[in-house]
Design a protein. Structure first.
Length: 326
């Protein structure tokens, strides 16, 4: 995967080292867990994203654990420090007794062109997550146990300085649900840049009428006005969390493509540190942030992975998308 994304041989070796260290830690301290890898486009830069999750005893003192030479398992104590040094972006979340989640992204340094995309060589001035991103996005999506495809879908689109996201859950499961949700994502990606979220929902309603339909939410993040506009149809759950409050975003009853009532748009303030979270009903409706102190301070990929780990159900497609104002 590191080769496909265009990483140099050195960065490919870094990827192998990071995965080895993360897997070793899971086996040694948690007994079992999972590591997921994904190729991501971060503001035009291709990166390899590695996320390691477990439900083990957690780390009581992260500061000490990140220092070289610290170990509770009789090893050299270089694992977490090694991962952090070899990653372009590193983040970790752990609570004693509640498991650990680790994020590492790997990209070529600014002066090394991405071999999978020569266009990146003409713009080597930024590295992923080095402060140039105005928005950070994280997604975690899984299909229902036993299904070959996921009936959920999501999309991200940049329009000038603003960011648009959508999240869908096709009715039912399997290929027909996936067709409905993926076609609606296509409508979202081709929508008029002047549209509002409610307009996109109405366009999608017309565009997928010959499918079984889907529940859908659309959010637009406006940097200039520092607002987030939201519109949803069906049971997509959405919130905007900040240091001051958590605002719940209510969707309209109905089904896009089948029976859609008048859409009621919502707005919320969007300032540095604000976090938008939206989930399909594959995550328990009881999900909340109270069990995870400090989680909203972490990278969106970690937020999404931790909440999915703790609240997703195998009996349904389950997707969560997180956007953070950088």
């Amino acid at each position: 995967m590191a080769h496909v994304v265009g990483l140099s041989e050195k960065r490919q070796a870094d990827a192998a080292l990071i995965v080895t260290e993360a897997a070793t830690n899971i086996l040694k301290y948690a007994g079992q867990g999972e590591i997921t890898l994904a190729n991501r486009d971060v503001d035009g830069v291709q990166v390899l994203e590695i996320i390691a999750l477990d439900r083990g005893p957690g780390i009581a003192n992260l500061t000490s654990a990140l220092a070289d030479g610290f170990s509770t398992g009789g090893s050299l104590g270089a694992g977490l420090g090694t991962i952090r040094r070899h990653a372009s972006l590193f983040d970790i979340y752990s609570i004693a007794g509640s498991g650990t989640a680790l994020l590492a992204r790997i990209a070529n340094p600014p002066n090394v062109p991405n071999t999978a995309n020569a266009a990146n060589a003409s713009n080597p001035s930024t590295t992923p997550d080095a402060g140039a991103e105005s928005f950070q996005v994280g997604v975690k999506s899984t299909r229902k146990f036993g299904q070959e495809v996921c009936g959920d879908a999501w999309g991200v689109r940049r329009v000038g300085p603003n960011l648009w996201v959508t999240l869908l859950d096709g009715l039912g499961h399997g290929p027909m649900a996936a067709e409905a949700s993926n076609r609606a994502v296509g409508v979202f990606l081709e929508a008029d840049p002047a549209d509002q979220p409610a307009d996109v929902l109405r366009r999608a309603h017309q565009g997928i009428k010959d499918t079984r339909g889907a529940v859908m939410a659309v959010a637009m993040f406006d940097r200039a006005s520092r607002t987030m506009s939201f519109a949803g149809v069906g049971n997509i759950v959405g919130i905007v969390a900040s240091a001051e409050e958590t605002q719940h975003l209510i969707s309209t009853d109905g089904t896009v493509g089948y029976n859609m009532r008048a859409v009621r748009p919502r707005e919320a303030s969007w300032t540095k540190g604000s976090v938008f979270i939206a989930t399909t009903d594959g995550l328990s409706t009881r999900w909340n942030l109270t069990r995870h102190p400090g989680l909203v301070q972490r990278h969106p990929s970690l937020i999404a992975s931790v909440l999915h780990r703790d609240f997703a159900r195998d009996a349904d497609d389950a997707t969560i998308i997180v956007v953070k104002a950088a």
